[in-house]
Ligand binder design. Structure first.
Ligand code: PLP
Length: 415
């Protein structure tokens, strides 16, 4: 199969990422296909963070001095940028946290403890990342609520009949669903699932960690009550993520963490709390990281989210076609047209960790293991898989190298 032509903007974009010009070992160039774990950073993101530290570093919201005001403006500017990027109705709906995991924990603890009672149900799907399972288990143990898994089909889709039946119990208070699975790549029909959840009186938490970096997304059109994502998976820095929450829901939620910045008044008799989003941002936030996230959004918008989505769709189709020619290779998940740019697979003759080492020897970075989705792997009777995950800077030639090296490694172990 000959490789499709790559969009000129994406060919040019590769040069924006200094690390992509690095050799893994002398003479072995890096082929970075571990983007679902974390993405590489363009020079503009690193420059924005350096610039912040070099020219306006100060704490936010606290000082009246010029630099503090500038830092606050940069931090709040980043919040507005996120609001626009995900089409939230207001900046008050954007809470800065450490990562997607913390965002989900925040909802589980702040909303969950205040709203769940014994017998209430939280729906999750079998394909969820542990970050969208374990926080619900923790709050269920605390409140007496029950976490109910919804089955997935052999092709890696959430069983929509099972989902509809689960909602009929009348006890479901919240459905927590990945927009895109980090193992199957499945793009779930979240808007439709949210409508059904709302009809049943339940709220919807969308784990958008693997969708927001890769496709245009509108939290209001999706019907998300809450959404979570991490900057580091969208060419931004580690250490900052976002919780989106509908204003009325956030307004009604008690704090999660206590301390400075999240209060209105403090006394030993009675402490009152700040309005949202400050109520959920206790302590000094990740200011340089917020600046980096804003630069990441500028970068992604410059390339174009639709361009990225189209490129990744072509790339994953091409890679899967190549992988399908390898004897004894099993891919899990739906066909390319229904998935984002990642694929998990296993060879019947080579352990995933050995395969990943074989790929690493050729400079190809992939992930091997359960990818924080043990129930999903159990569902498929697999202990582990190898996952190749693409991003805007990956090329068809890199997909070719992946396929060639998987085949070479298989042949080596077959000797
Ligand atoms: C679908 C999904 N949800 C949540 C997370 C958690 O992201 P983080 O580790 O940045 O909190 C990940 C990370 O891989 C993910 O893929």
């Amino acid at each position: 199969m000959s490789a499709p032509a790559t969009d000129e903007r994406l060919i040019a974009a590769r040069a924006d990422f200094p690390i992509l010009a690095t050799d893994v070992r002398p003479g072995v160039p890096l082929v970075y296909l571990d983007n679902a774990a974390t993405t590489q950073k363009p020079a503009s993101v690193m420059a924005a963070m350096d610039d912040y530290y070099e020219h306006l570093n100060s704490n936010v919201h606290r000082g009246v001095h010029t630099f503090s005001e500038k830092a606050t403006a940069a931090y709040e500017g980043a919040r507005r940028k996120v609001r626009d990027f995900i089409h939230a109705a207001s900046s008050h709906e954007i809470v800065f946290v450490r990562n997607a995991t913390e965002a989900i924990n925040l909802v589980a603890h702040a909303w969950g403890r205040a709203n769940l009672k014994p017998g209430d149900e939280i729906l999750v799907s079998e394909m969820e990342h542990h970050a969208n399972i374990v926080p619900w288990q923790l709050v269920a143990a605390y409140t007496g609520a029950v976490v109910k898994p919804v089955a997935i089909t052999e092709q890696g889709r959430i069983d929509q009949d099972a989902y509809a039946r689960a909602l009929e119990s009348g006890r479901v208070k919240l459905a927590a669903i990945a927009h895109v699975s980090n193992v199957l790549g499945t793009i779930n029909p979240v808007a439709d699932m949210a409508r059904k959840a709302h009809d049943a009186g339940a709220l919807v938490m969308v784990d958008a960690a693997q969708s927001i970096p890769h496709m245009p997304l509108d939290v209001q059109a999706l019907g998300a009550d809450f959404a979570a994502f991490s900057a580091h998976k969208m060419v931004g820095p580690t250490g900052i993520g976002v919780l989106y929450g509908k204003r009325a829901l956030l307004d009604a939620m008690p704090p999660f963490l206590g301390g400075g910045s999240m209060i209105d008044t403090v006394s030993f008799e009675k402490t009152t709390f700040a309005a949202v989003p400050a109520r959920f941002e206790a302590g000094t936030p990740a200011i340089a990281e917020a600046v980096g996230l804003a630069a990441a959004i500028d970068y992604l918008r410059g390339v174009g989210m639709e361009t990225i989505h189209v490129h990744e769709r072509a790339l994953i189709g091409y890679a899967m076609e190549g992988l399908s020619t390898i004897p004894g290779l099993r891919m899990i998940g739906p066909p390319p047209g229904e998935r984002a740019g990642l694929v998990a697979f296993a060879l019947d003759s080579v352990h995933p960790h050995d395969l990943a080492q074989g790929l690493d020897a050729a400079g190809i970075a992939v992930r091997a293991g359960h990818h924080c989705a043990m129930p999903l792997h159990t569902r498929y009777g697999l202990g582990a898989t190898v996952r190749a995950s693409f991003y805007l800077y990956n090329t068809f030639e890199e997909a070719d190298r992946l396929v060639e090296t998987v085949e070479k490694t298989r042949a080596f172990f077959a000797r």
